[in-house]
Write a protein that binds this ligand. Structure first.
Ligand code: PMV
Length: 322
């Protein structure tokens, strides 16, 4: 009897969402307070490979899953990568504390947890780059034109400076800072928001390219601020506000997001913006550590359905991924 476990954290995008789809940089960080878990245990011979998605209240045999099922897809892709085309007799139990469709990387995290569990089960370790590539293949099937930032930050489990199609850059020594993450309670329909913006970009490319360049410049300023300190939280907060202003011009914010963003600023946050695709999902606010509880409380009072306080500790060495 073998039992193995794979886990993966959630994530948020700090700066650069949407522009990252168009080749500009973005910064994303893991959120360890929420995670997806995959437990794989051997069962009796002939039992087949059974998936038990506990949160979704779905249980099914891999052999009967439709071709477009995302969980079945990542299992099949990973088995192929591990050159184990025949699924073992096993039960895969999936749970997650990452809310679905809120920009916290729920899909990429569950895929990553599954890949890790399968790699452990067969004792064939995969490096973060290989895991990221497998998860990206599934993201492409379900999200249209994903930049690849979700699978990258979740597979590497570190703050990343990400440019589509380039090797990831881990963030350099800097100083930790505190964020409050608050959920509007609405699903952020990534595929729709990205598709809607794409149509507007196609109609007026020059106008939107300017916005994307402005976001790219903010991301680079934010990176320098994060990496080089001394702690300049006010500047980082202003950069968040600047990024949010352009996201609003891009048409990806929403009244619910704006309400929480303004609430956070009034409660003393140094800056705030949406995180992820927008139209719903989560916003993030930069706070002094001692303000975190008060800002989180104000956001809950204003209608946020969940809040998370997270401390972003930036990695100590900058190096390109292998
Ligand atoms: O909402 P999420 O976590 O799927 O983030 C979407 C981020 C976008 O930049 C809007 C799209 C992408 O693929 O990077």
């Amino acid at each position: 009897m073998t039992t193995v476990r794979g886990v993966a954290s959630g994530k948020i995008i700090l700066f650069g969402e949407h522009a990252v789809v168009y080749g500009r940089p973005a910064i994303a960080v893991p959120v360890r307070q929420v995670q997806a878990q995959a437990i794989l245990e051997t069962t009796n011979p002939g039992h087949g490979f059974v998936v038990d998605a506990l949160d979704l209240k779905r249980s099914y045999r891999l052999s009967t899953a439709p071709a477009n099922d995302p969980i079945a897809t990542i299992i099949r892709l990973t088995l192929g990568r591990l050159t184990r085309p025949d699924p073992p007799d096993a039960l895969l139990s999936l749970t997650s504390t990452i809310p679905l469709g809120r920009g916290l990387g729920s899909g990429a995290a569950i895929s990553t947890a599954i890949v890790r569990a399968l790699a452990r089960f067969f004792q064939q370790p995969l490096n973060p780059e290989e895991i990221s590539a497998l998860v990206y293949d599934v993201e492409k099937l379900y999200h249209g034109t994903p930049s690849g930032i979700d699978n990258t930050v979740i597979a590497f489990e570190q703050p990343v400076y990400f440019v589509k199609g380039k090797p990831i850059e881990r963030m350099r020594a800097g100083w930790p800072f505190t964020l409050v993450i608050a959920d509007t309670g609405l699903v952020a329909p990534t595929h729709q928001v990205v598709g809607d913006l794409r149509r507007r970009w196609q109609a007026e490319p020059a106008r939107y390219e300017v916005y994307f360049d402005q976001i790219g410049a903010i991301v680079n300023r934010a990176r320098r601020t994060i990496e080089h300190g001394p702690a300049d939280l006010n500047r980082l907060g202003r950069l968040m506000d600047d990024n949010q202003a352009i996201l609003t011009d891009l048409g990806v914010s929403s009244p619910e997001l704006n309400w929480l963003i303004n609430t956070a600023r009034q409660a003393g946050a140094l800056g705030a913006k949406l995180s992820g695709a927008g139209w719903g999902g989560n916003m993030i606010a930069l706070v002094e550590p001692e303000q975190a509880t008060a800002v989180a409380q104000s956001l809950s009072d204003a209608g946020a359905t969940a809040t998370i306080v997270t401390r972003v500790a930036v990695f100590a060495h900058s190096k390109k991924a292998k």
